[in-house]
Design a protein around this ligand. Structure first.
Ligand code: HEC
Ligand code: HEC
Ligand code: HEC
Length: 206
């Protein structure tokens, strides 16, 4: 999609280079792609990446998220990264896992759901982004700007947004799944994911 020719894998270095104008172009490009994809296609879920959420409204949350391990989860799949931790889980430190489909469900945003894919490896969907926990923002972002509709739970749900702590928390499918090489750290049922002490691992909560 030509989203970011200058991408170097670092949120710190890149986010400020994105102007509001660029965001607009991306937004329209993304919407255009979904329109082209047609009904029934996974692309209509509309993953936008975290920058439009940061934009005018959630800059503070974005600033804390971008330093989190979630934000950097993709980089750790590269050879040489987290060598000790990879050995601990029986993974090979010298192997490049950034193209390994078995790792993608939990290390990118919107895998198998119209988000990150091998065909469209959007750097802004690398790592565990806002939309991994809150749902794809494509249908939500526009209406969300209309103040009277903002944050109405029913509207949010209709537009594809998830309340992360409702029902089974969104944390479980990644953290307690059998395919997580580190599942031994988070045995099923032992962790209350809704405890606020976890919050500093993804973003500050007001
Ligand atoms: C899409 C998959 C996914 C979801 C959803 C997810 N996580 Fe994670 N989480 C990860 C991955 C991958 C890492 C490891 C990142 C790394 O270190 O490379 C991680 C790391 C963590 C860590 C370790 C961070 C640290 O600083 O040591 C905690 C704690 C955590 N997540 C809590 C949560 C909580 C709480 C939720 C739900 C609100 C959640 N996660 C949702 C995939 C996910
Ligand atoms: C079902 C989800 C899931 C899948 C699939 C998955 N991971 Fe992860 N991964 C996680 C979670 C959750 C964590 C955070 C572990 C923790 O600290 O509790 C994590 C953490 C990591 C870490 C950082 C560990 C650390 O302590 O620094 C590496 C490296 C990693 N995964 C590599 C991989 C590789 C390579 C694959 C594919 C072969 C893979 N993962 C597949 C969920 C997953
Ligand atoms: C690992 C999962 C996870 C990620 C990633 C994540 N969030 Fe959250 N977020 C949560 C949880 C859990 C809550 C608390 C929900 C509740 O209390 O019901 C929350 C609450 C919020 C709230 C409402 C509460 C508040 O503090 O204002 C906003 C707004 C929000 N998140 C925006 C974002 C944005 C923007 C990003 C990306 C920059 C993001 N989130 C990334 C899990 C996540």
């Amino acid at each position: 999609m030509g989203l970011s020719p200058a991408w170097d894998g670092s949120w710190e270095a890149n986010e400020y280079k994105m102007t509001v104008r660029t965001l607009g172009v991306i937004y329209i490009t993304v919407l255009g792609l979904f329109a082209l994809a047609g009904p029934g296609h996974a692309q209509e879920r509309g993953y936008l990446g975290p920058l439009p959420c940061a934009g005018e409204c959630h800059q503070e949350i974005f600033d804390t998220w971008k330093t989190s391990k979630h934000a950097k989860a993709f980089q750790n799949l590269a050879p040489g990264a987290r060598e000790k931790e990879k050995k601990e889980a029986g993974l090979k430190p010298a192997t490049d896992y950034t193209m390994d489909k078995t790792c993608m469900p939990c290390h990118v945003t919107g895998w198998n759901d119209g988000g990150y894919s091998m065909e469209k490896p959007d750097p802004y969907l690398q790592g565990v982004g806002c939309e991994s926990c809150h749902g794809a923002a494509g249908g939500w972002n526009e209406i969300h700007k209309k103040k009277d509709l903002a944050n109405r739970p029913r509207t949010m749900k209709q537009k594809g947004q998830i309340e992360p702590f409702k029902g089974r928390t969104v944390c479980v499918p990644c953290h307690e799944d059998d395919t997580n090489p580190y599942k031994f750290r988070t045995p099923p049922g032992k962790i209350d994911w809704t405890e606020l002490k976890h919050a500093d691992t993804y973003h500050i909560l007001k």
